[in-house]
Design a protein around this ligand. Structure first.
Ligand SMILES: [Zn+2]
Length: 230
C-alpha cells in the first residue's frame, strides 16, 4: 500500500492567515514526513497526522527540504518526542540544520536590516528573532541529487538549489508526483517561484523551477499553495 498524503495545516500569525502543506509518504515499510512546520508546530503536525489515521510513532523518516524556519522549526521537538525518526536532508543544508553554520537566511535578514524602510524595521527585527529561535537538530542521513529510496514505489532526490544553497525536492517516479518544497509554490493555479525576493540565488532558483518541470510529473505538491494537477 502506497499513500501520498498532503497534510493541511492552517495557522494565523497576527492578521495573516496562511496554510502550509507538509507531505506524508506512507508505504508498507516506511512512513516519511516531508517538512515539519514552524517552531512550536509539533502539536499541529500530530493533529494533521491523526486526521489521516497516523501517529508520530509510525514515522520512520523526516525529510527537510531546506533549513528555513517554516520547514524545520518543529524538527528538534519532533526528533525529541519520536527518536526513531531518521532525519534526512540535502548534504549542503546539513550544516545549517544541525547548527554548525549560521543559517544563510539569518545572514540575509541581518544584511537587509539596515536598508529596510522605517516601517519595516520592526518586522525585520522580529523575523531575525524568529530565525534565531529555531533549535538546530542533527541530521542522520545526508543525501544528494539522484539518491533513491523505495518510498511509495520509488523516490528520487532532486537538487533544486536557489531558494537556499542546498534545497532538495523529491520526485515519486512511479506515482509521477513532485514534492517541490520551496522550489515552486502554487499561486492562482500555476507554479511560481516561492517568495523570489527571499531566494538566496534567484537565477539558480528560476533554473531549478524549470528543472522540476522536466520530469514528467502529473502532480505537484507545494509546501506553499498545496496541490497542482493530479
Ligand atoms: Zn517555506
Amino acid at each position: 500500500m502506497n499513500r501520498i498524503i498532503l497534510l493541511e495545516i492552517p495557522f494565523e500569525f497576527g492578521p495573516t492567515k496562511d496554510t502550509i502543506y507538509p507531505v506524508v509518504l506512507q508505504s508498507d515499510d516506511s512512513c516519511v514526513l516531508v517538512d515539519c512546520g514552524y517552531t512550536g508546530f509539533l502539536p499541529r503536525i500530530e493533529k494533521a497526522l491523526a486526521q489521516h489515521g497516523l501517529r508520530g510513532e509510525l514515522l520512520t523518516h523526516v525529510v527537510i527540504t531546506h533549513h528555513d524556519h517554516d520547514h524545520m522549526g518543529a524538527l528538534a521537538a519532533l526528533k525529541q518526542r519520536y527518536p526513531q525518526v531518521i532525519v534526512v536532508a540535502g548534504e549542503k543544508e546539513v550544516p545549517f540544520i544541525d547548527g554548525h553554520s549560521k543559517p544563510l537566511r539569518l545572514s540575509q535578514a541581518e544584511a537587509m536590516q539596515p536598508n529596510l524602510p522605517p516601517e519595516q524595521q520592526a518586522f525585520g527585527l522580529a523575523f531575525s528573532k524568529i530565525l534565531k529561535e529555531v533549535t538546530p537538530c542533527p541530521v542522520d542521513l545526508a543525501v544528494k541529487g539522484g539518491d533513491k529510496f523505495n518510498w511509495c514505489g520509488g523516490c528520487e532526490v532532486i537538487e533544486t538549489f536557489g531558494h537556499t544553497a542546498g534545497h532538495i525536492s523529491l520526485y515519486l517516479t512511479q506515482q509521477r508526483v513532485m514534492i517541490t518544497g520551496d522550489a515552486a509554490a502554487v499561486q492562482e493555479g500555476r507554479l511560481v517561484l516561492a517568495n523570489p525576493e527571499y531566494a538566496l540565488d534567484q537565477k539558480q532558483a528560476a533554473r531549478s523551477l524549470q528543472k522540476l518541470l522536466q520530469y514528467g510529473a502529473t502532480e505537484f505538491l507545494c509546501y506553499h499553495g498545496g496541490r497542482l494537477g493530479g
